[in-house]
Design a protein. Structure first.
Length: 611
């Protein structure tokens, strides 16, 4: 809301200038000056003086609406702005300020209606279309917002704010390349704008163009060298690009700026951990815990660090106590948390924490609790309900569904501690999940069994972390004869173009939940994937699965070796040095060639694949 625009608007109408007597115009100028200098009460008084003699003075109503809004009486302010619009319908600024006030007070639909009216009054106003796009984006009408932005740009192609807003909207909708084009154009028009460069960098990173993202973040940092957010995002991008030493330098600068931030110490600890500087990493993890003891993610990272340092027992205990840190049921059901006492005859609500992969690998503990005589109610994320019904719980229900009466509750991740499970006694009998027969009947005809090896493929993790890659890294596999690939990739990355020669079938649009994915996996001979939930699902179904593991692995994968203690049918292909994924993929290709030459035994329609 710009008071100078208001004052300019007051000079637009000659008829109004003739009607306005000099004292009123002088008082309005004084009121505007007071408003701009933050003297709100004085501005309020002066506007009142004008309206006492001329109650329908549009510019005084407009300014008084702005002043009243700033003073906190937002309802009255909106009423005054409506009066200003009614008194002077050709004032675009009054209508824009009314829309902004409505949006700021949680009335975006009303704001959109006001701006739609503005675009009818001034169809050639790029500003009106831009503001309409912003409100439409707020209420989730992304497609209409993009149309409004394009209309604004057709009227004013170099409108920087519209290019910026369009770029953000496209990025958030997953249209990354178009987002990059819009944001790059905005940045070319305003090369001195750090905000535009930050958002351009964000889109570039999401698109996997990490070198370009790094350059954009560094450009923004050159303008704002002490901006902790830019430094943090730069550090994260360098980590994702396999440059932990450079990332650590950026994140050390974040800690220097925000030394009392637990998050800052956590991310620096993680970067140092990836560099192999374990003692320094441990220091910053402990500093993060001192500042905020119940942080979940740093505790997981600390457990992985202990694992890497060879302290297996401490790492195990740390990891499986993390579930106690985030306990959303403690306030709802005080005193009902299970303490490991005899569960026989008791009804225990077990609820899942963490991501899908954590739930899948830890779900093996549910049958063990049932074997001890407990009646288990299992609560999990909705896409997993049908799949996890095969675990044998008395009832499996989605998070948010009120459970039936129970005696105790327990986070799934704490069960190993209470059941006495250690690293040496990991229950790894598979399969411990099974495919729903109806889903199996649906998916069986869709996968040909003609002697060609059917391989499921996943190339990107949801968090764009070090586990994520691009489909092109699997190019060495594409040249092998006798292989048919099936995409198991969901999300924006699923649209990536396969490398030359890869026969890639894609049924992912029909995968509605994990039960569908399990049914498709059952028809495949092998799954090849980065570290995502799909590898846990394949392992739990006893399917052969090959996994690309980064140089610094997650907790479940141990620091070294090709076997996995959790899944007998899994084979790990480890990165040997940062940035080098060609070597482990070529190892996969070599192993696959051996298989295709017949080094594996036949088990029916396709060759047998050993983990």
């Amino acid at each position: 809301m710009r008071a100078e625009a208001l004052l300019a608007a007051g000079n637009k109408s000659p008829a109004q200038n003739l009607m306005a007597q000099p004292p009123i115009q002088q008082t309005l100028q004084e009121a505007t000056a007071r408003f701009q200098s933050g003297q709100l009460h004085e501005a309020h008084t002066l506007c009142g003086q004008i309206l006492a003699s001329q109650p329908d003075h549009p510019d005084a109503l407009h300014l008084l609406g702005l002043v009243t809004f700033q003073l906190g009486d937002k309802r009255t302010a909106i009423g005054l702005l409506r009066q200003a619009v009614a008194a002077k319908p050709d004032s675009d600024q009054a209508l824009f300020d009314l829309a902004q006030s409505l949006r700021a007070t949680g009335q975006p639909a009303e704001a959109a209606a006001a701006l739609r009216h503005a675009t009818k009054l001034w169809p050639d106003s790029a500003a009106a279309w831009n503001k309409l796009g912003n409100v439409l984006r707020t209420i989730g009408q992304r497609g209409e917002a993009i149309d409004a932005y394009h209309k604004a740009l057709s009227l004013q192609p170099d409108h920087v704010q519209t290019l910026f807003d369009l770029g953000i909207t496209l990025r958030d909708g997953g249209n990354l390349e178009s987002a990059i084009d819009a944001l790059r154009r905005a940045s070319e028009l305003r090369p001195d704008n750090a905000d535009i460069l930050q958002h351009l960098a964000s889109a570039l990173r999401a698109a996997g163009r990490l070198d370009q993202a790094t350059e954009a973040y560094r450009g923004a940092l050159s303008m704002r060298p002490d901006n902790a957010l830019i430094l943090h995002n730069l550090g994260g991008t360098l980590l994702a690009n396999g440059k932990p030493d450079q990332a650590a330098a950026a994140l050390q600068a974040v800690v220097a700026l925000r030394g009392q931030s637990a998050d800052a110490h956590h991310y620096l600890a993680y970067a140092l951990q990836l560099c192999g500087r374990y003692e320094q990493a441990k220091t910053h993890y402990l500093q993060a815990f001192a500042l905020q003891p119940n942080l979940y993610a740093p505790r997981v990272g600390y457990a992985v660090l202990l694992w890497s340092m060879g302290q297996r027992r401490l790492a195990w205990d740390e990891f499986f106590k993390v579930g106690d840190l985030q306990d959303p049921l403690s306030q709802t059901y005080p005193g009902k948390k299970w303490d490991g006492s005899d569960p026989r005859g008791k009804t225990i609500l077990v609820y899942t924490q963490g991501l899908y992969g954590d739930c899948l690998i830890q779900s093996r503990f549910v049958p063990l609790l049932c074997q001890r005589g407990a009646r288990v109610l299992l609560q999990c994320l909705a896409p997993m309900v049908t799949l996890l019904q095969s675990l044998g719980a008395e009832q499996t229900l989605a998070v948010g569904t009120p459970p039936p009466p129970f005696d105790f509750y327990a986070p799934l991740g704490t069960l190993p501690s209470w059941l006495g499970i250690t690293f040496e006694t990991i229950p790894n009998s598979v399969p411990y999940l099974s495919v729903d027969p109806q889903r199996a009947a649906t998916w069986s005809p869709r996968v040909p069994h003609d002697g060609t090896l059917n391989i499921g493929l996943v190339w990107a993790a949801r968090d764009h972390s070090l586990r994520s890659h691009r489909l092109e890294i699997f190019a060495p596999l594409a040249q092998l004869p006798g292989v048919r690939f099936f995409s198991l990739q969901k999300g924006p990355e699923s649209s990536q173009t396969p490398p030359a020669g890869m026969n890639l079938l894609d049924f992912t649009a029909d995968l509605q939940d994990f039960a569908d994915t399990a049914a498709l996996l059952q028809q495949l001979d092998l799954v090849i994937s980065v570290d995502t939930s799909v590898v846990h699902l394949a392992g739990a179904l006893a399917k052969p699965v090959w996994v690309l593991i980064p140089l610094q692995p997650g907790f479940y994968w141990l620091p070294e070796g090709g076997d996995c203690p959790w899944y007998p049918t899994m084979r790990l292909f480890r990165q040997k040095r940062w940035g080098d994924w060609q070597t482990p993929v070529e190892e996969m290709a070599l192993r696959l060639r051996c298989l295709l030459r017949g080094d594996g035994k036949s088990n029916g329609p396709g060759p047998e694949v050993k983990g």
